[in-house]
Design a protein around this ligand. Structure first.
Ligand SMILES: Cc1cc2nc3c(=O)[nH]c(=O)nc-3n(C[C@H](O)[C@H](O)[C@H](O)COP(=O)(O)O)c2cc1C
Length: 377
């Protein structure tokens, strides 16, 4: 079917309508997705804590269609923050089983986000020198310049993502989301500025995409057909050298491999390409309007009101990712039956956030997000 016809049909979809992943048959009860949110509430060894369990289950109880975990490091070397959830060991599985069964009991689907920070995984946390596609400058002045991954390193990164996906399957997740966005390791391979390799893992966009494709293929060999495997991407990262055309290439390539969804991280669903400002397409529309037979699309960025949700669907997205509004309003999806729903943006009091199921550590972290937590001092 032509893109125009598909876009025309999508105009009649409501945020409260269910959605079926055609390949696997998974039914999502509505169009809402709790996007991955690092909340720093896991135990030191990366196991899921009760407080993190409850934070996520409260959103399943609030009728989110899909619950995504925070970015979970696939190896010790890939950890980006203190209190980050891990999936690098079989020891993580037991607590995660409580999460996946709880989410299922509330009627939502569960995804774990698989993550490696690369040049943004500081040594003071991991005990290991940061690694990247090339020798790149780290954020941490103590770490200086990263190691440039050898072929053996690349193979073990692929294995780490694969083993982690298998653990997710064993823990009962419906699927995984590869974190290919926001400048972390997979983005560092995708970007021409952070990947200056001259071997088959770098160079042109085909080379820079190779690690993502190999991870996808490797995971698919090891998990059952019924397991969902998708990816989150940033359409453009100027600083890292990821251009819109690179992202379109990547999505086309992943489509041909049979990926189950593409999650476009826009930060603002109304934003246009910074490279083609004269074009009226939003970032999401660059994908939905130009690629035929696109896999299901999740779009995320500044969706708060019911009208925003409709607008994102009108851009051709199938599913709506939200982060901040899902922190303040755990039952946000239940309100989408009302077209006028327009929840108040922050700042929110400590008490409100506590009632919404956030632990003290998470609330403190949210103070870094400008205007989110009320300053009551
Ligand atoms: C506290 C917080 C933690 C986040 N952690 C992650 C993360 O672990 N992985 C990720 O891909 N994005 C992460 N993000 C980005 C969100 O998933 C989302 O894309 C972004 O906040 C924009 O959506 P929003 O406008 O609905 O908040 C985080 C955002 C917030 C607010």
């Amino acid at each position: 079917m032509s893109n125009n016809k598909i876009m025309e049909q999508k105009k009649y979809i409501k945020p409260t309508n269910n959605f079926t992943f055609k390949r696997t048959g998974h039914v999502v009860r509505n169009r809402t997705v709790l996007a991955a949110m690092t909340n720093k509430q896991s135990y030191k060894d990366g196991t899921l804590s009760n407080i993190e369990l409850n934070w996520l289950l409260k959103r399943a109880e609030g009728h989110f269609g899909i619950i995504t975990t925070a970015a979970a490091h696939v190896s010790k070397r890939g950890q980006g923050w203190k209190g980050e959830i891990g999936i690098f060991s079989d020891d993580h599985i037991e607590n995660l089983e409580m999460l996946t069964s709880g989410i299922r009991n509330y009627g939502s689907l569960s995804l774990m986000q698989l993550f490696h920070g690369g040049m943004r995984s500081p040594q003071h946390l991991t005990g290991l020198k940061p690694i990247s596609a090339s020798q790149n400058k780290t954020n941490d002045s103590l770490d200086g310049i990263t190691i440039s991954a050898t072929i053996a390193d690349i193979k073990s990164i692929i294995n780490d993502f694969t083993a982690s996906a298998v653990r997710c399957f064993k823990a009962g997740f419906d699927g995984v989301e590869l974190h290919g966005a926001h400048g972390y390791l997979l983005s560092q391979f995708l970007g021409s500025k952070t990947n200056r390799r001259s071997d088959e893992w770098g160079g042109d966009i085909a080379g820079r995409t190779k690690i993502v494709l190999e991870i996808f293929r490797s995971i698919k060999e090891k998990v059952p057909e019924s397991f969902i495997v998708g990816i989150r991407i940033s359409p453009e990262i100027k600083k890292g050298g990821i251009h819109l055309n690179d992202s379109l290439y990547l999505v086309e390539a992943l489509k041909n491999e049979g990926i189950d969804f593409i999650h476009i991280s826009c930060w603002n669903i109304y934003a246009k390409s910074t490279e083609y400002p004269e074009n009226s397409n939003t970032l999401t529309e660059w994908f939905t309007k130009t690629i035929d037979d696109l896999p299901p699309v999740i779009t995320t960025g500044n969706i708060w009101s019911c009208q925003d949700a409709f607008n994102a669907l009108n851009q051709g997205a199938d599913l709506l990712g939200v982060a901040r509004v899902g922190i303040a309003y755990p039952d946000w999806p239940k309100n989408l039956f009302s077209k006028e729903y327009n929840p108040k943006k922050g700042p929110y009091s400590f008490d409100k956030l506590k009632k919404a199921g956030l632990g003290d550590v998470f609330i403190e972290y949210m103070r870094l997000w400008k205007g989110f937590v009320l300053d009551e001092s």
